[in-house]
Design a protein. Structure first.
Length: 155
């Protein structure tokens, strides 16, 4: 499966570059009984629905030339969205000052999911200002304890 996903990533990257986009991730997942080839892309300053459709068509046409997945699957091409995952240290550093959500491996302050403003990051820890039970707290989280970190919408 790794080799197949690597080939899909090569194809998707070539297609995306032709359209002025960048591939963020390629995954093959099973959800609700369906097999989904999920490709996430980005385009600066913004990726529109038309951009997603054009990339989907282009990737689909290219994938049809290969028989990578013999079983039926759905091709899903989309943008990162407003609550995009922060996957690299550079993306996390660029998000300083933003409202984020951190999902942890172990509970912190009794929670595995903490929302707050990202105020600092080094390669070992993330520091956020969070409102917990009506109190503003500065929380440091070791990167080893972070399962996922993403931008979040403040309500």
């Amino acid at each position: 499966m790794k080799e197949k996903l690597k080939k899909v990533e090569e194809i998707a990257t070539k297609c995306a570059e032709e359209l002025g986009m960048e591939i963020v991730s390629v995954d093959f997942v099973h959800e609700y009984g369906m097999k989904i080839l999920r490709i996430i892309a980005r385009k600066e300053p913004v990726m529109s629905i038309d951009d997603s459709s054009a990339l989907n068509r282009k990737i689909s046409d290219e994938l049809d030339k290969y028989d990578l997945f013999p079983d039926e699957y759905y091709l899903e091409v989309s943008s990162e969205g407003i609550e995009k995952e922060l996957r690299t240290n550079d993306e996390i550093k660029a998000a300083i000052g933003e409202y984020i959500c951190i999902r942890t491996n172990k509970k912190i302050e009794g929670k595995r999911e903490i929302y707050g403003d990202l105020i600092a990051f080094d390669d070992n820890k993330v520091t956020i200002k969070a409102n917990l039970k009506g109190q503003t707290k500065i929380i440091e989280i070791d990167v080893e304890n972070i399962k996922k970190i993403r931008l979040a919408v403040r309500f």
